[in-house]
Each structure stands twice: as structure tokens, then as C-alpha cells.
Design a protein around this ligand. Structure first.
Ligand code: COA
Length: 324
């Protein structure tokens, strides 16, 4: 057992530390442990497309504490938001140790001239949430982490997929996985659709729109995103919708990475049809559960998920604190 947590010996991470940090996070949700390969990818992408700092404390070959701070490349006169991520193992958890991790993240953000620190914490992680509130963090938004049981819902989901397929056929909308689409412009069309629909996801912290090259690198090099699990809807030559399932490599649960439709086609059942294709495929691939995480202020996607049978796991709370 290490000493007091505030004496944590934090050191900068290497990419190899992602496995230990994934293990630290897995202790909090053993039924859905993060995939180490995916975490490593996110670290690489944060270094390539954003600015980031990460520190870890290790004891007996395992991570006992972790803090990262990162921010998107700010432009113009937007508020400069930065994000802190925190992990402190239960057996070494103290208020002082947790506050120290927050301070390490915030002081890096201050050096970067960030104006607001953002932390996202599950609502059922009461101790960490209370500690953040004590440090001045206040709720700004809420997301809903929810889960679909593909075993209990199997027949219902496969039936609904059939109904959706019929509805799409009547409308002349074709649904396929990206790997089966024979159009040399498919990536650019998908990029344009995703950029357009991402703008409509409710958020306080603004997105930085990726260039086509950055988007391609970010999405298509993600080890858990595969073109044969990447559903797209086409109307004629146009790509009008997508839903993509993140499929873990080493461990963890599949989860929907993104669903979006172009503004011109909304309300015609296209997102629902894509999600049913994606879930039907997950059932056929032998998955038993899938997760999704959506903003609580996004009624259309919540309506689809509820109808599909998703059940809440926990709220995910986004908290903000102004940095002096
Ligand atoms: C969310 C989104 C994908 C839905 O796409 P869509 O093609 O319009 O979805 P569908 O037509 O299949 O279904 C939408 C359902 O939500 C319902 N809905 C829409 N607005 C609603 C509201 N304010 N309250 C309740 N239900 C609502 C619709 O009535 C429809 O249900 P119905 O067919 O039973 O009438 C689309 O709005 C979008 O791209 N948004 C931006 C990206 C995003 O937020 N993605 C989700 C998070 S990754």
C-alpha cells in the first residue's frame, strides 16, 4: 500500500502506459472495461490533433493515479475550454490526493491559457463527483449512458430491422456497410455528412471541425472502427446517414460511436433504420450487450434508443470551473 495519496509520484506517461490506465478505469466498471488499444489510439490522436498532458503514478506495477489535461486547438475569440480526466484508485483515495490531481491538470491548463476547466464524471461515482463540486466544479450538461440487451431483445430487434428495411425500400433509401460501397467519393461524402450532423449535437464546449485529412486519420485509423461495421444510408448517389459501432479489440463492450443524418432527410426513419441494421449485425456477430452515450438534451436520438429498448446505466455529468 503506498503512502498518502498527495505524495503520489506522478510522472509523464508513455503510450505503453495506456494499458495500466485502462486497467485503473476498469476497476470502476468491470462489466465494461475500457479497451487498452482504443485508449492508446485516443492518446495518439490527442497528441496529433489537440494539445495534451498526461501523468501517471504507479505502484507495484499498477497505476494508482492518473491525470490528463487537454484542449482542442482554439480559434478566434471562443471561450478556451480545456478538459481534465482523473483516476485515483479506491484504496489510496483521499480528498487531498484527488485535489492534487485536479490541481496538476488545472495548472497545465492555466499555462496553456485555458479559461474554463471541464470534467466529465459518472453520476454514480459519488465520491469523485462530490470532490469536484467541493473544488468549485458545477454541472453544465448531462449525458445518458445506456445499454441494450441484445439477448433479451433479439427477436424484437430483428423484427424491427425488417420493418425498417421495408420502410427504407419504399423510400428508395439503400443501407450498406462502408466496405460494400463502390463509390470513389464515399469517404468525402461521409465526411461532409458527419461534419454537417455533428454541428447539431447539443454541446457547450465547441467542436473543432476537422479537415478531411484529419477526419480520415481520426476515424479510419481508430482500431475499433471497422468499415464493415460502418453503416451508411444512400439516396441515389448521396450519403444521407450513418451509424457506426465501435467494436473492441482486446476487451469491453461495443458501443455506438456516432449516428447522424443530413438535415434534409430527418424524420423519415433513416437513423432508426441504420441503428437497427447496426444492432442486427451486432446480434449476428454474437455480441450480447451494447452501449451508447447521448446528451440528455437530444430528444430524437433518445426517442430512438428508448424505442429500441436501451436502459440507463448512469448519467454522465459535465462539470465546469472557471480558471482564474
Ligand atoms: C439524431 C438524428 C440522427 C435523428 O435522425 P433522423 O433520421 O431524423 O431519425 P429518425 O427519423 O429515424 O427518428 C427520429 C425520431 O425522433 C422523433 N423526434 C424528433 N424530434 C423529437 C423531439 N423533439 N422529441 C421527441 N421525439 C422526437 C421523431 O419523431 C422520430 O420518431 P418517429 O419516427 O417515431 O416519429 C439526427 O437528428 C441527427 O443527425 N442529429 C445530429 C447528430 C446527433 O445528435 N446524433 C446523435 C448523437 S451521436
Amino acid at each position: 500500500m503506498p503512502g498518502a495519496a498527495y505524495q503520489l509520484q506522478l510522472r509523464p506517461t508513455t503510450l505503453d502506459d495506456a494499458a495500466m490506465v485502462a486497467d485503473l478505469e476498469a476497476l470502476r466498471d468491470p462489466l465494461a472495461p475500457p479497451d487498452p488499444e482504443l485508449l492508446r489510439h485516443w492518446w495518439r490522436m490527442a497528441d496529433a490533433l489537440e494539445k495534451a498532458m498526461r501523468r501517471i503514478a504507479v505502484h507495484d506495477g499498477a497505476a494508482i493515479a492518473y491525470v490528463s489535461a487537454s484542449h482542442k486547438l482554439w480559434n478566434g475569440d471562443q471561450t478556451r475550454y480545456g478538459t481534465v480526466r482523473l483516476g485515483l484508485r479506491g484504496d489510496v483515495w483521499t480528498d487531498a490526493g484527488f485535489a492534487h490531481l485536479v490541481e496538476v491538470g488545472e495548472s497545465w491548463l492555466r499555462q496553456e491559457s485555458a479559461q474554463v476547466a471541464v470534467a466529465r464524471m459518472r453520476g454514480d461515482f459519488g465520491r469523485d463527483l462530490a470532490a469536484l463540486q467541493k473544488l468549485g466544479y458545477r454541472e453544465n450538461r448531462r449525458m445518458r449512458l445506456s445499454e441494450l440487451d441484445l439477448v433479451a431483445g433479439r427477436e424484437r430487434i430483428l423484427d424491427a430491422r425488417e420493418q425498417s428495411r421495408r420502410r427504407m425500400r419504399r423510400q428508395g433509401v439503400e443501407m450498406r456497410v462502408l466496405s460494400d460501397v463502390d463509390d470513389p467519393e464515399k469517404y468525402r461524402k461521409l465526411y461532409e455528412l458527419i461534419i454537417e450532423s455533428e454541428r447539431d449535437i447539443p454541446t457547450t464546449v465547441p467542436w473543432r471541425e476537422l479537415s478531411f485529412a484529419e477526419w480520415k486519420e481520426f476515424w479510419l485509423s481508430t482500431p475499433t472502427i471497422r468499415e464493415d461495421k460502418f453503416w451508411i444510408a444512400r439516396e441515389g448517389e448521396r450519403v444521407v446517414g450513418t451509424s457506426v459501432l465501435d467494436t473492441p479489440i482486446e476487451r469491453g463492450l461495443p458501443s455506438t460511436a456516432f449516428t447522424g443524418t443530413s438535415r434534409a432527410v430527418r424524420g423519415r426513419g433513416i437513423a432508426r433504420a441504420l441503428k437497427y441494421e447496426s444492432m442486427g449485425q451486432a446480434i449476428e456477430d454474437g455480441h450480447t450487450r451494447v452501449r451508447t452515450n447521448n446528451d440528455a438534451d437530444n430528444p430524437p436520438i433518445l426517442a430512438i434508443n428508448e424505442e429500441m429498448g436501451y436502459r440507463p446505466v448512469a448519467p454522465l455529468i459535465e462539470l465546469h470551473r472557471k480558471l482564474e
